[in-house]
Write a protein that binds this ligand. Structure first.
Ligand code: GN1
Ligand code: MG
Length: 378
């Protein structure tokens, strides 16, 4: 039986034992915390002393992913599909790799520790690193290329072949409902920052429905999406500085392609990242232009007219949605996103709301940048 995740189960309890399940004959030399993930616990395992031979070990957060075995099934379907695509149609003149699932000694996709926690291992993309923020047009174009290439590789994978690993993910009206329910039982609503957040959300309640309404009336189709294409999930070759992979595939599932485009723009065009000083936060339009150029250079012409029309709304929406998710979690006592202090999720919410305002204040110019960068070249 898989145990319900609780804050009591320390990751360190079975960390080494977990690494050993996936290291085949290799000795474990070093295990280090890895990346900036806010949900799962992620480690880099080095299995060789003197030189580097790595894999990624993760303990899945079962408060968020209630059925992690469904993630592993999705990863199998995804990697089977993509490796066939890459064998039949290799990416011309550049390196591109998909992370793969590593089996345990008894050929399972995961290991459940004696405390009931779910561990799995994924290959590390050699000679690559992720970026914390995008600092130039070249990097934005590479991030866009990676998301576009991912979409083009899964465009012919029927969405119904994948499990829904996280119900309601990126459905803004669902987050709005949750926020309203939590607000009713919260006592923090009187602090000035919390009052600001409440007012901010209140003024955008109608807007929260923009993508789900268009989906409901058939204008936006369900496709296979990545779900979390933020900048730190794009792997860059340490020598060529070109994107070589997109990782963190737990939220690959049926969804709107605009969740991905919106989230990629939200993350990459915010040059100071998710935890800066508030006055530094802004949405950088020229990074948006570069990212979309990169995206459309890899994504063939499959985006419909409607999908293109909603690109502006999608970036505004995903920034707003993430702010609302952080704020709700703050009100709820930080049960979803990892935090270092009690108010961190409140600060994160303020950053995303500032970013949303920056996007809104540039609506007109962003619409024309999006139009220019997403022209179909038939
Ligand atoms: C979470 O766990 P991590 O850091 O990969 C979240 C994303 C957010 C992101 C913001 C499953 O991703 O939706 O965009 O934080 N993932 C989940 O940094 O909720
Ligand atoms: Mg993620």
């Amino acid at each position: 039986m898989i145990k319900e995740q609780s804050t009591k189960g320390k990751t360190s309890d079975y960390l080494r034992a977990a690494a050993e399940q996936f290291s085949s004959e290799d000795q474990i030399f070093e295990i280090l915390p890895f990346g900036d993930g806010k949900v799962n616990d992620t480690f880099l395992v080095n299995t060789a002393s003197g030189h580097e031979k790595y894999f990624i070990l993760q303990r899945i957060n079962q408060r968020v992913f209630r059925r992690p075995e469904l993630i592993m099934q999705n990863l199998r379907v995804l990697s089977g599909h993509v490796s066939k695509r890459l064998t039949n149609n290799p990416i011309a003149s550049r390196r591109w790799e998909m992370p793969s699932v590593l089996p345990t000694a008894d050929s399972k996709d995961y290991w459940i520790d004696p405390g009931g926690f779910f561990w799995r291992a994924i290959s590390f993309i050699d000679d690559s690193e992720s970026l914390e923020t995008v600092t130039g047009h070249g990097q934005a174009a590479e991030a866009g290329f990676a998301v576009g290439l991912f979409h083009s590789l899964v465009i012919d994978l029927p969405a119904e072949r994948l499990n829904d690993t996280l119900a309601g993910f990126h459905m803004t009206p669902v987050y709005l409902q949750r926020y309203q329910a939590i607000l009713e039982s919260s006592s923090d609503r009187l602090s000035p920052d919390a009052a600001y957040c409440m007012d901010f959300i209140n003024r955008r309640k109608e807007f929260a429905h923009v993508l789900e309404s268009a989906k409901a009336d058939g204008r936006l189709p369900l496709r296979v999406i990545h779900g979390d294409p933020k900048v730190s999930n794009i792997m860059i070759d340490t020598v060529t500085r070109l994107a070589v992979s997109i990782v963190d595939l737990d939220t690959v599932k049926p969804g709107l392609i605009l969740y991905d485009i919106g989230d990629s723009l939200r993350s990459c065009c915010n040059p100071h990242g998710e935890d800066p000083r508030l006055e530094e936060v802004h949405f950088e339009p020229e990074l948006c232009r570069a990212l979309l150029k990169g995206y459309f250079s890899a994504a063939e012409n499959f985006l419909s007219e409607h999908e293109r029309e909603f690109i502006y709304d999608s970036v505004r929406l995903i920034a707003f949605e993430l702010g609302m998710r952080f704020f709700t979690d703050y009100l709820e006592g930080n049960v979803y996103f990892k935090v270092t202090d009690r108010r961190q999720n409140l600060r994160r919410a303020l950053v995303q709301f500032r970013l949303t305002e920056s996007i809104e204040s540039q609506a007109k110019s962003l619409h024309s940048i999006i139009k220019e960068s997403s022209v179909v070249s038939l």
